[in-house]
Design a binder for this molecule. Structure first.
Ligand code: SAM
Length: 194
């Protein structure tokens, strides 16, 4: 695991517990969803790509052979402490009404997937705003920014402007970045709600 991902999991481990409710805003192949499901009370995971949701579901089926899946709609299925939602994270408020402790975004495109299906600032911003409304005081939003590709560079620039002007009385926002590595390595925003 690379250094930045290790940092992500360190932050994650220090932010959640067995009573936490978490959102994985970019489910992808399900790495964070699976990790969270083992540690928290409840996890909601979003992805616009059906194949990402299916891959994640298949990984759970391998892990738990007798998985009982409840299909709530063509977009939403639940099992164990997990709800998988095949919809954009900008629609979070259509699915979740309860207070949450932790939200994670891994921006960019699915590794080995279609690079054109990448997160975009407009929808990422809406998702941050919506999840911030659900976040309890002291809760965290973690955003891992991949800016090695063109779309990622645009998103990263807009995101920086947006977060730098985030109301200072409502959150404290830190950046964790590798300053001695080439080729635009990913970096992390840690948003802590006041
Ligand atoms: C870098 S990947 C996530 C990797 C994932 N965390 C994992 O463990 O494999 C980014 C994901 O964001 C998804 N995505 C892009 N736009 C989205 C949106 N508006 N809402 C939800 N997911 C989105 C992509 O389909 C892609 O699967």
């Amino acid at each position: 695991m690379n250094f930045i991902l290790k940092q992500v999991y360190k932050i994650l481990d220090s932010s959640i517990n067995s009573n936490s409710i978490a959102i994985d805003a970019t489910c992808g192949n399900g790495n964070d969803t699976i990790y969270l499901s083992e540690k928290v009370k409840k996890v909601f995971a979003f992805d616009i790509q059906k194949n990402a949701i299916e891959t994640t579901l298949d990984r759970f089926k391998v892990k738990y052979s007798d998985l009982k899946i409840e299909t709530k709609s063509d977009k939403e299925s639940s099992f164990l402490n997990v709800t998988l939602i095949n919809d954009g994270h900008e629609n979070i408020l259509n699915y979740i009404t309860e207070t949450v402790d932790f939200v994670i975004f891994n921006l960019g495109y699915l590794p080995n997937g279609d690079k054109k299906i990448s997160t975009k600032f407009e929808t990422t911003e809406k998702a941050i705003e919506s999840s911030f409304k659900l976040l309890k005081s002291g809760g965290k939003i973690i955003i891992v920014v991949y800016w090695g590709h063109e779309d990622g560079q645009i998103e990263s620039r807009y995101l920086k402007n947006y977060l730098e002007s985030f109301p200072m009385n409502s959150a404290d926002i830190m950046i964790h970045s590798l300053i001695n590595k080439p080729n635009n390595p990913p970096y992390i925003y840690e948003i802590v709600k006041r």
